[in-house]
Design a protein around this ligand. Structure first.
Ligand code: PAF
Length: 284
């Protein structure tokens, strides 16, 4: 596996692959790779002739300094996992390499960047869109793979690609879960052992909410029940819970405030534990 640490090295290998008419697949990550990331890489390797993964903890998307400082960094283990998964090239730039002038992309994603993650993490999607735009421009992928665990991010990326007319196919991949239902996330290692034991309640509350929604319960009642279920654990506080209608191919999400049809409905949740914030979502 090639390890590129500069944009120049990366671009040299990308140009070589393109000159051989290879299809390029790309998985952007912030490292601390788990089975969810590896599922993306494996799919990428299967569907493309040259697979690139980036490992870059992007400061521009953190609105909380502690979260950035404590984000797990496990380069050696990541390299081993990528090599085993037969990734062709890993790009590991420094912050200076990626942001020599600290400028961020000025884009307007409308309501999409003001609800849920956008509301509670101001500036987050601007940082995500900037780094993904830069990475797409360098890697020139035919296909890029994103997990549905960050569903709102996936919709922002779809909008980004549409607004900037980027010739890349965005491939959504299902959330990978632990046996007890907890969505895999690099942040899970920062849960205390009691919090980790209690964490299945997050996904369980989503499933219960979707069942109640299908059964015709009012959205406000469902929200109350989710809050009670999550906070009964005493270790978590609910930051938000929303039901929304999504148009995944268009990249749009519209929050529901009262019950109507159950078509394309997804439930979204964010929960705070002592040192970490977890998000999850599920579809009907
Ligand atoms: O999902 C992530 O890990 C990050 O938001 C991404 C897409 C790699 C951009 O930094």
């Amino acid at each position: 596996m090639i390890i590129a640490r500069t944009i120049g090295e990366l671009q040299k290998h990308v140009a070589e692959a393109l000159s051989k008419k290879m299809q390029i697949g790309f998985v952007p990550t912030m490292g601390a790779l788990h089975k969810g990331h590896i599922a993306l890489i494996e799919r990428c390797v299967k569907e493309n002739e040259f697979s690139v993964c980036s490992v870059f903890v992007n400061p521009a998307q953190f609105n909380n300094r502690e979260d950035l400082k404590n984000y797990p960094r496990t380069e050696e283990a990541d390299l081993k996992k990528l090599d085993l998964a037969k990734c062709n090239l890993v790009f590991i730039p420094t912050v200076n390499e990626m942001y020599p002038d600290k400028k961020l992309l000025e884009m307007d994603f409308g309501e999409l960047e003001r609800m849920m993650e956008g509301r509670f993490r101001p500036g987050h999607f601007k940082g995500v869109a900037t780094v993904v735009y830069k990475l797409f421009s360098m890697v020139k992928p035919h296909r890029a793979y994103f997990g549905e665990k960050d569903f709102q991010q996936l919709m922002v990326i779809r909008q980004l690609v549409k607004q900037m007319n980027m010739p890349v196919e965005i491939i959504p991949c299902p959330t990978v879960r632990e046996d007890d239902g907890v969505a895999m996330s690099s942040r899970n290692v920062r849960l205390t052992s009691d919090e980790r034991k209690a964490a299945p309640v997050i996904y369980q509350s989503l499933l219960r909410a979707l069942k109640d929604f299908k059964g015709g319960n009012e959205t406000s009642e469902i929200r109350k029940a989710v809050k009670a279920m999550v906070e009964d654990e005493k270790l978590f506080t609910l930051e938000y819970f929303e039901l929304a209608r999504v148009d995944a191919s268009e990249g749009s999400i519209a929050l529901l405030d009262k019950n109507d049809s159950t078509e394309n409905v997804r439930a979204f949740i964010a929960v705070n534990a002592s040192a970490v914030r977890l998000i999850d979502n599920a579809a009907l």
